[in-house]
Design a protein around this ligand. Structure first.
Ligand code: PLP
Length: 433
């Protein structure tokens, strides 16, 4: 056990006290929600002590709480909120879809159009299918790999998150009962050795090309290249989980690294802010779902082609998040992260922002971070203090320090974040030394 750091602990206690006083309606709402929702919560990642803030609305790049506070939305719905809250093109598509009826129960034109748009964007996606979430997309991709190869084992990486039943930061008793081999992120040698050891039993290797929930830790290209090599050598299926990272270039991180997986999973923003997931890849693998073929895999899902998502997703991916928009947003995020890191360095503060493009996470130490284990070396109370201090300065962010830049943000919003971080660095200087 580390010795208690009384200075940090008492600063945090003061910050929580201020938070509690400033958000009485959220506290009451949380207490009443506890009657029917366990812990007042239906999505664990949104919960934090002493109670979470309740939001009532969003507009552009801003969200407003039940207590009437307006925040710049740097959480961006954990990357699904790429478009902000009021994109007029997406809004119009949803309105038009509502006019035409929303539960038709037949094939529709937009599902094929959205599939085409995604296939043209992401190099590995010769064919794809839709699901309702990223979790479901990964469940389908891993099940497909097991069925196609006739093998059981799936290599995953410590600290990865592939959905509610695929949590690899610590142990989760709710994980799907697959035969997982857990390897170290960014350790190419170990991955190659484990692949050789499990050789004939290895169905798939699943990897986020940048750990998202695991702390915005980018994969190194040689690591991804080693996974490609291992999969080829042993006949396993390489799956890139690009649920978060596909927004980081016109063709996702697979295009940035020029490494094409056999399968890719998508989700979050590709439905224009509505519920969605997708899995796809090589034509021969996805061809197994072709219902014309005898013995084809059956893949059901009442809402796989739901009208609102297909309509919103189509305009989101073809008219709003164009390849040019993706490139520009990535540049804006890179530049912002560069400025934040430069500011922390100049002040001699033991903190840093890792990530790529529009996605980043703060870590409370200045040493190199290539794995979640290295990221975990920072002080947790200090990261908690960062969270409450930034909320106090009108910045909405994730409790674990993830910060996401969305399309409606301009210079003013980025400047507000920079000012809030600068204030944190200055006012907490002795704690960050
Ligand atoms: C990399 C990654 N994969 C899968 C998922 C699961 O997606 P969903 O929340 O839509 O089930 C997430 C969600 O955060 C994710 O970050």
């Amino acid at each position: 056990m580390p010795a208690p750091n009384t200075a940090i602990d008492s600063a945090l206690a003061d910050a929580i006290e201020r938070y509690t006083q400033n958000n009485p309606k959220s506290r009451d709402q949380h207490e009443s929600a506890m009657r029917f929702l366990p812990g007042g919560n239906t999505r664990t990642v949104l919960f934090y002590e002493p109670f979470p803030i309740t939001l009532v609305s969003g507009e552009g790049a801003y969200v407003t709480s039940l207590d009437g506070v307006r925040y710049v939305d740097f959480l961006g719905e954990y990357t699904a909120g790429l478009f902000g809250h009021s994109d007029p093109v997406i809004r119009q598509a949803i309105d038009r879809a509502l006019d035409g009826g929303i539960v038709l129960g037949g094939h529709t034109e937009n599902e094929a159009r959205l599939a085409e748009a995604l296939s043209l964007r992401f190099p590995s996606l010769e064919r794809l299918r839709f699901t309702n979430s990223g979790t479901e997309a990964n469940l389908m991709a891993m099940s497909t790999a097991r069925a196609v190869t006739g093998r059981e084992k799936i290599m995953v990486f410590e600290g990865a998150y592939h959905g509610g039943v695929f949590t690899f930061a610590g142990e989760s008793p709710l994980n799907a009962p697959f035969d997982f081999i857990r390897a170290t992120y960014n350790d190419a040698e170990q991955a190659l050795a484990l692949a050789s050891e499990h050789g004939d039993a290895l169905a798939a290797i699943v990897v986020e090309p940048m750990l998202g929930a695991g702390g915005c830790i980018p994969a190194e290209r040689p690591f991804l290249a080693a996974l490609r090599e291992a999969a080829d050598r042993h006949g396993a299926i390489l799956i890139f989980d690009e649920v978060m990272t596909s927004r980081l270039s016109p063709g996702g991180l697979q295009a940035v690294h020029e490494i094409t997986p056999d399968m890719t999973t998508l989700g979050k923003y590709i439905g224009g802010g509505l519920t969605i997931g997708a899995f796809g890849g090589r034509g021969d693998i996805m061809g197994r779902f072709d219902p014309h073929q005898p013995g084809a895999f059956s893949h059901a899902g009442t809402f796989n082609n739901n009208i609102l998502t297909m309509s919103a997703g189509l305009v989101a991916m073809t008219k709003v998040y164009t390849p040019q928009a993706a490139t520009a947003l990535t540049e804006r995020g890179e530049s912002l992260r560069g400025r934040l890191n430069a500011m922390a360095r100049k002040a001699g503060a033991a903190m840093q922002f890792t990530g790529y493009g529009s996605l980043m996470t703060v870590h409370m130490h200045g040493n190199a971070i290539r794995t979640p284990q290295e990221a975990a070396k920072g002080s947790k109370p200090l990261r908690d203090l960062f969270f409450f201090d930034l909320l106090d300065h009108g910045i909405w962010l994730s409790r674990r320090g993830m910060i996401n830049v969305s399309l409606p943000m301009g210079e003013a919003e980025c400047a507000q974040l920079e000012a809030a971080v600068e204030e944190f660095v200055a006012s907490r200087a002795t704690l960050l030394a």
